[in-house]
Ligand binder design. Structure first.
Ligand SMILES: Cc1ncc(COP(=O)(O)O)c(C=O)c1O
Length: 374
């Protein structure tokens, strides 16, 4: 049985009529740019998250870029981020002329290791970007304490963890800015690029609104240089419909993950770990396998889709070489890059499909065990 890594079409099958109506409504409404569809989505997202301000932008990358810029981060500043994550976090820091300072991660949750963050803070540090990896939140209590003690900003990257809570608070609502991506494969996915920033700070919200619209102030003047990074109204209309389905689709991901947990429990693979401090939303179900590449090839031959997030830590990417990091600087992240494998866990995935993936993994492990005793 073929099992894709993701099946995005499935997410829309049952809501296509609603989506068509919402799109028709956009055509009826003027202005198209920053019009009512964007306002409706921002209002709905703010209500769900219990946040005073939501600013829709055109991608998760720009959510990060505009947030750092709104906080005044620029040349001479250092920003702490995990080395085991997606490039866009480092990219925006560099684009603003600031310096990315990488830290290692926890080998079980994949989130930034608190002691590593503590060691990375210097008098030049202006912000920490806490990336909530694969759908599970960083230890926000500890990070907030650390940020407050040093008077630095804590920005949350919620690209992979929309809808996850710590206690009764949603991720993205605890730092000065919560940056979300609606890249199609995320927990809440658009049909194209989209993103948003959530903040409880009125001044930051005003600056974000200005920055996403060329730096234009409410009086029509341009007090600063900004960007064209407005959330597209068609994406906003689709996202508003999909927001209503978010809880259900996360429940589906969690159910698939629990099923994998039970089917793979007896193996020596490292399964995704989470602790009482918060919910896991399984944007990715990521395991660790010693023979990751061989396992991946075996699954590919069976037409089972998998992905490697991430094959290289950021500090070893060629575009970051000017920073002077070297192999061995962050041993946990470096090891993880050779071992991690993300399995299909998408909403709407059938139990039979989860079983097929798990069975194939068992077959691979049994084959390897037999070869080892020969
Ligand atoms: C952790 C993380 N941060 C930022 C981004 C960037 O989001 P986007 O692709 O919407 O620009 C992504 C995903 O693509 C991500 O996984």
């Amino acid at each position: 049985m073929k099992v894709p890594f993701v099946n995005l079409r499935l997410q829309h099958e049952d809501i296509m009529d609603k989506i068509h109506l919402a799109i028709d409504q956009v055509f009826e409404e003027d202005p198209y740019v920053l019009g009512p569809a964007v306002a409706r989505f921002e209002k709905a997202a703010a209500k769900m998250l219990g946040a005073p301000h939501v600013v829709g932008v055109n991608s998760g990358t720009d959510a990060l870029l505009l947030s750092l810029k709104a906080l005044g981060i620029g040349p001479g500043d250092e920003v702490v981020l995990p080395t085991f994550t997606f490039m866009s976090v480092a990219e925006v820091i560099v684009r603003l002329g600031a310096r990315p300072v990488f830290v290692d991660v926890d080998p079980l949750t994949y989130n930034m290791a608190i002691d590593s963050v503590t060691q990375a803070v210097t008098p030049k540090t202006r912000a920490i970007v806490a990336v909530h990896m694969f759908g599970y939140g960083c230890d926000m209590a500890q990070l907030l304490q650390l940020a407050n003690a040093h008077g630095i900003f804590l920005i949350e990257d919620v690209a992979q963890a929309m809808g996850a809570r710590i206690g009764n608070k949603y991720l993205g609502t605890m730092g000065i800015a919560g940056c979300f991506s609606f890249y199609p494969t995320k927990n809440l996915g658009a049909v194209g690029d989209a993103g948003m920033v959530v903040t409880h700070n009125d001044g930051v919200a005003d600056r974000l609104r200005q920055l996403r619209d060329h730096g234009r102030a409410p009086d029509g003047s341009f007090p600063e240089i900004g960007f064209n990074s407005r959330l597209d109204p068609l994406q906003a209309a689709i996202l508003k419909i999909k927001l209503d389905e978010l809880e259900e689709s996360i429940a589906d991901r969690v159910e698939n993950a629990r099923f994998y947990d039970s089917l793979l429990a007896e193996t020596d693979l490292v399964l995704p770990e989470f602790f009482d401090r918060g919910e896991h939303t399984y944007n990715y179900y990521t395991i660790q396998a010693e023979e990751r590449d061989a396992l991946r090839n075996f699954l590919t031959e069976r037409e089972i889709g998998t992905a490697v997030y991430y094959p290289r830590p950021l500090h070893l990417e060629p575009s970051m070489s000017y920073l002077g990091y070297k192999e061995g600087d962050f041993p946990v992240a470096e090891l993880l890059c050779s071992r991690v494998l993300s399995l299909p866990v998408f909403p709407g995935m059938k139990r039979k499909e989860v079983e097929e993936v798990a069975l194939s993994i068992h077959e691979f492990l049994a084959m390897r065990a037999a070869q080892a005793t020969q």
